[in-house]
Design a protein around this ligand. Sequence first.
Ligand code: ADE
Length: 237
Amino acid sequence: MSWHATILTLFPEMFPGPLGVSLAGRALREGIWRCEALDIRSFATDRHRTVDDTPFGGGAGMVMRPDVADAAISAAMPDGDARPLVYLTPRGRLLDQAMVRDFAAGPGVVLFCGRYEGLDQRVIEARGMREVSLGDYVLSGGEVAALALLDACVRLLPGVMGASESAVEESHSAGLLEYPHYTRPAEWQGRAVPPVLLSGHHAEVARWRRTQSEAATRERRPDLWNRMQVAGAQAPA
Ligand code: ADE
């Protein structure tokens, strides 16, 4: 059975979009995964096909109606569908590689893409939706976040990355940012490649890369660095 992604969106034409080319596109054509986008608007019941309304309590913007969202979810997920139902929102838990690994290891995902100010809270609770954010910035809707989540999952599916050096490297450097990369020419615009990388000393190369990874993580991502220190301190001997 293919890994199955269903996207609920007001813009189904955005899928598979960029995931129809390159690595993910090839995997799609090979049937490693399936991508199905459903138009939320087709579940509206009134003459004007209304999907949103003004917020109770007042304020700017529009809110997606729970009845329309719920009908769309019912159509996407027949009874017994074991896939996680994810709502992409800047209010969600930050997406990380652990979450991606989890999603990729299961049967697939159902992704609900919001537009406007958001989705009525009651349907989020009634459906046990998992709220996930791509980062601390506001996109104009969940679609671009959904594409990013899918890209991250699909590259982990068996058969997508091939004999994946990248996957091995990922687990090596778990929790740290990657070290910088260099290729030919050895000198370019007066800039030399760090000599250790030309030395042929595998152990020294590994040590240099580790130091670079640690320095980059400490400087750029103190949040990751501190989490690693805490995890390391608590790990059993
Ligand atoms: N929708 C709008 N902004 C978003 C974000 N940062 N992450 C996920 N979904 C979003």
